[in-house]
Design a protein around this ligand. Structure first.
Ligand code: ADP
Length: 188
């Protein structure tokens, strides 16, 4: 199965994706993690992405889609893939559909949407910023910009998956294990 883990910045996608991938032997693909690795290693992609990320803006689709496809092709034999932080635009969702269909004869099976209120997100991200070392978590203005980008460009994707009957809403507030159990029940 190919699962899109969906939700705003700070919803807990990364935390839950790591646990789910381990439990179900899936590949976890986080576009944010891959961008940060490229920035750390000072690659050409990292140099292009860093200016956008520092401002809390989305990295352009063209760069993001190419990178995602390369990463997915590195792991052809997984039980499935959990997509974390991708797609974030309609163009990315369409590119993902074509990629899965043309290269693997597969599809997105489910989109699990973690639901958390904006004020709770800001609180969580500022808290994470104290220890994460992520510059985009350390500044409330950048955090608000990420949430704005989400509301403007990413939230409309919910309709895209709802129309295909693939969207499942999951309450993203509560203990980590509690939320994990809600998500895990969708992998059966
Ligand atoms: P969060 O979900 O907390 O914002 P991520 O690590 O998923 O954290 O993303 C960090 C940043 O990386 C985003 O603010 C954006 O600049 C960039 N990014 C990640 N995924 C994508 C994507 N699919 N499309 C465009 N930009 C992305």
């Amino acid at each position: 199965m190919n699962i899109v883990l969906f939700g705003p910045p700070g919803a807990g996608k990364g935390t839950q994706a790591v646990k789910l991938a381990e439990k179900f032997n899936y590949i976890h693909l986080s576009t944010g993690d891959i961008f940060r690795k490229n920035i750390k290693e000072n690659t050409a992609l990292g140099k292009k992405a860093s200016a956008y990320m520092a401002k809390g803006e989305l990295v352009p689709d063209e760069l993001t889609i190419k990178m995602l496809e390369d990463a997915a092709n590195e792991n052809p034999d997984a039980n499935g893939i959990i997509f974390d932080g991708f797609p974030r635009t309609i163009a990315q969702a369409k590119a993902l559909d074509s990629f899965l269909k043309d290269q693997k004869g597969q599809k997105v099976d489910k989109m699990l949407s973690l639901e958390v209120e904006d004020e709770e997100l800001i609180k969580r991200l500022l808290e994470r910023g104290i220890t994460s070392g992520r510059p985009d978590d350390a500044d409330e203005g950048i955090i608000r910009n990420r949430i704005n980008e989400y509301n403007k460009k990413t939230a409309p994707l919910k309709n895209y998956y709802e129309d295909q009957g693939k969207c499942v809403e999951i309450v993203g507030v509560g203990g980590i294990d509690e939320i994990f159990n809600r998500l895990a029940s969708e992998f059966a």
